[in-house]
Design a protein around this ligand. Structure first.
Ligand SMILES: C[S@@+](CC[C@H](N)C(=O)[O-])C[C@H]1O[C@@H](n2cnc3c(N)ncnc32)[C@H](O)[C@@H]1O
Length: 233
């Protein structure tokens, strides 16, 4: 190709490349943020993957929550980081008078939750709230149970998150947190994950939910706010 033709061609290709990169920048930034908060490129992708691979976990967790609530009438439950709402759907179905509040940092995840609960006719007992676990927009002692699955290793300040969870639990109430080993969090966000509970709750009860040989893949952590706990300062 002649030099006089090649030069304008290079300029045009470079310009198109630059404009495309600029236009795609917000989408790329959204994707990077989403990887940090949910290990996925976006809510739609996570929703589909979770539906395919995590259904058994949600069934077990919902049953565990129901057993923990026992005969608490019309229980008020906070789910931290509900993502697209697979567990919320099961909880609201399993416990017909349960009132669910879901707090998530990602508005796209909350939109997916809302859509799922509307489809299932469960949205009248559900309140999705955008926010950060490290600064919960709820009063002290508001909930009979706090639950969270596969989210804690994404909380950059896990200790602050667990302090907030303790604050919003009614005295004597329990938080159930299910998560991957904290080493995942160290790599993704620098989070201490479930270890963040150690400084906040006395005697966190850690057990293994799923494992592979000697390796724990998912832990179940039970955290109880003592019945006589003083009101937070
Ligand atoms: C891996 S997804 C898990 C979703 C769902 N709980 C499940 O089990 O499928 C992690 C969720 O936690 C949310 N999340 C991450 N960091 C958060 C924070 N600091 N405060 C509240 N939610 C957060 C994400 O937006 C995402 O919806």
């Amino acid at each position: 190709m002649h030099r006089l033709v090649r030069l304008p061609l290079i300029v045009v290709v470079a310009l198109v490349g630059a404009v495309t990169a600029l236009a795609a920048r917000p989408a790329i930034e959204r994707m990077v943020r989403s990887f940090r908060t949910s290990s996925s490129p976006g809510a739609g992708f996570y929703d589909a993957a979770a539906g395919l691979f995590l259904g058994g976990y949600y069934d077990d967790i919902a049953a565990d929550c129901a057993a923990t609530l026992g005969d608490t009438g019309s229980p008020s439950v906070l789910e931290v980081g509900p993502g697209p709402g697979h567990l919320a759907e099961r909880l609201l179905t399993l416990v017909p008078d349960l009132r669910w509040t879901g707090l998530d940092i990602d508005p796209a995840m909350l939109a997916a939750t809302r859509a799922r609960l509307v489809r299932g006719g469960l949205d009248d007992r559900a309140v999705p709230v955008e926010g950060n676990v490290a600064a919960l927009p709820f009063g002290d002692a508001s909930f009979d149970l706090v639950v969270s699955s596969f989210s804690a290793h994404h909380w950059p300040d896990a200790e602050a998150g667990f302090a907030e969870i303790r604050r919003v639990l009614r005295p004597g109430a329990t938080a159930l947190v299910y998560d991957l080993p904290p080493s995942w969090g160290h790599v993704e966000t620098g989070s201490s994950g479930i270890h963040g509970a150690d400084a906040v709750f006395t005697q966190p009860l850690v057990s293994r939910m799923r494992g592979l040989g000697p390796l724990t893949i998912v832990s179940r952590v039970e955290l109880r706010r003592p019945p006589d706990a003083p009101a937070p300062a």
